[in-house]
Design a protein around this ligand. Structure first.
Ligand SMILES: [Zn+2]
Length: 252
């Protein structure tokens, strides 16, 4: 049985830790210190990396120095010992993990799917957030839209481990895009209650994202109407609606 828990880092990053017995892996260690503190006397068995941004990779070299562990990730990243790309598979903590290429936030961005006992766990870095998605620093709206589309093919009960606590801000935007969506209002209340207790709002799940994440709802009538009020042309394609939402969110 794998347990998954967040190690908070910087202002709002989560370094996700996967543990089985005394074996620990972490995803996107932007900083080594909180990982070392969380492990205590235990050792680190390995590192997964989703993309090259410093707040996801900054701790890798110090963790290699201390634990001499393998690093799985995109080939372009310093310290990666086992390069992987979309379509790849590997074994971690006694179970199979697979890799999905999800360009958009960055071009090298990959996501990891870990399946165990009928449960699907998705580690998606800065691609899919609770009620939001990553900014387009390197890829095109079309690339990000396709990448998010790949992730939505996963089962509805997939647990989603995003790399930042952005949920409340994202829901604030989502409520502007779909003022009539009561699932968003319910989620705002639930997320606020968790944050009031300093608890993470993550993991999310795919069903909840399909109901409340405007970037996954570009076919919905109210989303389309609001996108048109914010610059999208009539008869826009879903990708054009997506691009308008992303641009609107960038300045929201
Ligand atoms: Zn990033």
């Amino acid at each position: 049985m794998i347990t998954i828990s967040p190690i908070p880092a910087f202002n709002d990053n989560y370094i996700w830790r996967l543990t089985r017995g005394r074996e620990h892996w972490v995803v996107d260690p932007g900083d080594a210190k909180p990982v070392v503190a969380a492990l205590g006397h235990e050792t680190l068995s390995g590192i997964l990396v989703t993309h090259h941004h410093f707040d996801h990779t900054g701790g890798i070299s110090a963790l290699i120095d201390k634990y001499n562990c393998p690093v799985i990730g995109p080939q372009s990243i310093d310290g990666v010992t086992q390069p992987v790309q979309g379509g790849g598979n590997f074994s971690i903590l006694g179970v199979e993990a697979s890799v999905v290429s999800v360009p958009g936030h960055t071009l090298d961005h990959i996501a990891y799917i870990v399946r165990e006992s009928g449960k699907t766990h998705l580690f998606c870095g800065d691609t899919l957030f609770a009620a939001g998605c990553g900014r387009l620093f390197e890829g095109s709206p079309d690339q990000m839209y396709q990448s998010l589309g790949k992730l939505t093919q996963l089962p509805d009960d997939t647990l989603i481990y995003c790399a930042h606590e952005y949920t409340l801000a994202n829901l604030h935007f989502a409520a502007s895009v779909e003022p009539g969506n009561t699932a968003i209002l319910q989620r705002q209340n639930a997320a606020q209650a968790l944050r009031d207790q300093q608890k993470p709002t993550l993991p999310s799940n795919m069903q909840l994202e399909k109901e409340t994440n405007p970037f996954l709802r570009c076919n919905q009538g109210e989303v389309r109407v609001q996108a048109e009020l914010h610059g999208a042309a009539k008869q826009s394609s879903p990708v054009e609606i997506f691009a308008t939402l992303r641009h609107w969110k960038d300045t929201f």
